[in-house]
Design a protein around this ligand. Sequence first.
Ligand code: FES
Length: 105
Amino acid sequence: MVTLTFVSSDGKESRTVKAPIGISLMKLAHFEGIDVEGACGGNLACSTCHMIFSEADFARLPQMGTDEDDLLDLAPNVTATSRLGCQITVSPELDGLTIHLPPAP
Ligand code: FES
């Protein structure tokens, strides 16, 4: 288990959770009742699992694939440190990661 923190889109609320190794950040958010849509169920077809990271945390994430990069372009309010949460699997290296939810479109 690792410890991760979700921060609301307005930055006013944060919630720290324990995450099992191997779960995606999108599924973790669903399990914890955190407001992440994930409409396609993690099949890389919707971009509604958009999450934003600090530059330091972004550098710790596994490398982004071309398909994720292309789909991310369709997400509203995308940033240089945006990723799709369904494509990031929790690993021991991500302990202490902070996940910022994007502003509503
Ligand atoms: Fe649809 Fe991530 S849940 S792309």
